[in-house]
Write a protein that binds this ligand. Structure first.
Ligand SMILES: [Zn+2]
Length: 151
């Protein structure tokens, strides 16, 4: 844990003081604890596929760096890590319309808010057909493990 804390501080300084990367480190830790459950000691992971919800604008570079750093410190060999983007789909609860919000059109501040709290999306998006803010996030949030191949 100590190593991770120091690495976070280091990364933050190098990345223009943005604090967002702490979240990627937390996600990387969650992935590693999942991987640990899946492998017996001494076995290696051939490939790990991670699905990233586009809504949360997870910084793939930071996540990848964090993940590889933690895996290395835990002595878990992973041959290949793949990332798959999962598109955002929203569905209006009032009229049933399904759509993909245009994330490029909201500002960076809003994207950052959604990055930490996906529920923040409810304040920024509304149904393009009926204007309702009562919608569900069908896909595109969070992070999930799509597949893990153990040797
Ligand atoms: Zn609607």
């Amino acid at each position: 844990m100590d190593i991770i804390d120091r690495a976070i501080a280091h990364t933050c300084i190098r990345s223009w003081g943005r604090s967002a990367m702490v979240h990627e480190w937390a996600l990387a830790e969650a992935i590693v604890s999942y991987v640990k459950q899946k492998i017996d000691h001494g076995r290696r992971v051939k490939s790990l596929r991670i699905r990233l919800g586009v809504l949360q604008s997870i910084d793939r570079e930071i996540l990848d760096f964090a993940l590889k750093t933690i895996l290395e410190s835990e002595n878990i060999p992973v041959e290949k890590v793949e990332y798959i983007d999962e598109d955002v789909r929203l569905r209006c609860r009032r009229c049933g319309y399904k759509w993909t919000p245009k994330l490029d059109e909201v500002g960076e501040q809003i994207r950052e808010a959604i990055h930490f709290v996906p529920e923040a999306a409810y304040s920024y998006f509304k149904c393009p057909r009926c204007g309702s803010r009562d919608f569900e996030i069908v896909s595109g949030r969070g992070l999930s493990i799509e597949g893990i191949e153990v040797e």
